[in-house]
Ligand binder design. Structure first.
Ligand code: F0G
Length: 448
């Protein structure tokens, strides 16, 4: 059996490297991808493998229980699977969202909630594989730049693996839920004076110079793990592809991994139809959107600004891979405003699910795409909710108090509006006297 190897992403001037060579870019500075040992499968092989996946889902063995390692036939880079670092992650539910469906103008709408992962975001799917590779390569110290979720996930998995971790975060720009995690999991947490894009530059320089292993999604082993978000989704849907998968876009690792998953599944004959991938960006952090609408394949970085701090990224590392994912799926890229994100987030809450702001770009984007006629009301759509509601409680409380400002510090640094209007969708907390009758009268008056 052939071994997996690394290659430069794209078709031109392709270079290949051994799977265990520590590098994050090719010699000419391009991103890398894992080439797996995959080949077309017969109908019998496919049916056997599907049964094996069903069987593993019933098992309590961590490697089978994990919604990542369960699908290890698509993760040949990590063979042998004898030292996986797993929590175990994945197994995230698919919910139907009736309130959101009504809001966007569709019959039904589904959400795969990646916020139900061990550290509360989709990053765990890629961190289990990347930290496993760090361990195989003999890594003792790992690092990442982050808007908060990658750092939370990395710090947790590094701690589980007995490694030291260092996180680089933009000072004052990440949500407290996330900051609290990297502190509690014991990471050296360095707040830099600068934005995420600057932190990303610095962490790459630091890792290129020393013995610290880089765990941002430029690391191709992160992308490998995140592929399983789509494999698990298809498993949950009885291997029937939905028409659309809608995903937020920041550093663009996640949508890239979805494109890779679909390409590999199709290559093996596992799926007949590739779902269209819709990547949704915040209007204030929209380089992929700009490229898509202007049909200009060059990355033109922007100065990013949005209260959805998870995706406050202007110079995404996986830009080319994301364009490929959109292209092979026949998908598209859309952008949404701060008001659209806030409103959509409140409707996700009303479905009893909740999410962090960046995840709500999906429902906001869906609404726009239905209105434009790009998504038909009776199509099957799965929104990927990337992070848990409790990651960024400040945002939610400020929204419901109708005190949500574009700049969290309430300075007017951002063009246009300072305040993000709740448009009457807020559920303001009420303060009442500690008196039973007063409270009962209030409840009666408000019709509950
Ligand atoms: N949603 C959430 C909740 C995120 O944390 C991120 C990225 C994204 C969406 C965007 O995903 O980068 O793969 O396009 N967060 C990173 C971090 C950048 O550092 O936690 P992407």
């Amino acid at each position: 059996m052939k071994k997996a190897f690394l290659k430069t992403f794209g078709e031109q001037n392709v270079r290949t490297y051994p799977i265990d060579e520590i590098r994050y870019r090719s010699d000419d500075g391009r991103t890398l991808e894992v080439v797996n040992d995959l080949r077309p499968m017969s109908r019998e092989q496919i049916s056997r493998l599907k049964k094996l996946f069903d069987k593993r889902a019933q098992s309590w063995k961590p490697i089978d229980r994990s919604g990542v390692w369960r699908y290890r036939e698509f993760l040949s880079a990590f063979k042998p699977f004898d030292e996986v670092v797993t929590m175990p992650e994945g197994n995230t539910p698919i919910f139907s969202m009736p309130q959101c469906a009504r809001y966007v103008g569709m019959k039904t709408l589904f959400a795969k909630h990646q916020g139900m992962n061990p550290t509360g975001s989709f990053k765990d799917n890629g961190m289990t594989t990347a930290v496993t590779m760090a361990k195989k390569l003999g890594g003792k110290m790992v690092a990442c730049a982050s808007t908060g979720n990658t750092s939370a996930s990395m710090a947790a998995y590094a701690a589980r693996a007995g490694m030291k971790s260092i996180v680089f975060i933009p000072h004052g720009q990440i949500a407290y839920g996330k900051l609290s995690q990297s502190l509690d999991y014991g990471a050296l947490t360095i707040q830099i004076n600068g934005d995420f894009d600057r932190a990303m530059d610095i962490v790459q320089e630091v890792c290129n110079r020393g013995t610290i292993y880089l765990l941002n999604s430029i690391n191709p082993f992160r992308i490998e793990g995140q592929k399983t978000i789509m494999i698990e989704m298809l498993h949950q849907l009885g291997w029937e592809s939905p028409d659309w998968v809608v995903v937020p876009g920041g550093n663009l690792g996640n949508c890239s991994s979805f494109g890779k998953a679909f390409a590999e599944l199709e290559q093996c004959g596992f799926i007949k139809k590739i779902p269209k991938i819709a990547v949704i960006q915040a209007q204030g952090a929209n380089p992929l959107y700009n490229s898509f609408v202007s049909k200009d394949p060059a990355l033109r970085p922007v100065h990013a600004d949005t209260r959805a701090t998870a995706i406050k990224i202007g110079n995404p590392v996986s830009f080319e891979k994301a364009l490929f994912a959109v292209d092979i799926s026949g998908g598209l890229v859309e952008q949404v405003s701060e008001e659209e994100i806030a409103a959509a987030k409140s409707v996700i809450g009303l479905d009893g699910i909740g999410s962090e702001p960046a995840s709500a770009t999906t429902v906001a984007g869906c609404k726009k795409l239905v209105k434009q006629g790009n998504i038909k009301p009776d199509e099957t759509v799965v929104c990927i909710l990337t992070g848990h509601l409790l990651k960024d409680p400040d945002y939610t409380v400020e929204f419901h108090r109708d005190e949500l400002f574009l700049d969290a510090k309430r300075a007017s640094s951002v063009a246009g509006t300072k305040r993000i209007s709740a448009e009457g969708r807020n559920n303001r907390p009420v303060q009442l006297e500690a008196d039973t009758q007063v409270i009962l009268d209030y409840i009666k008056k408000h019709g509950f």
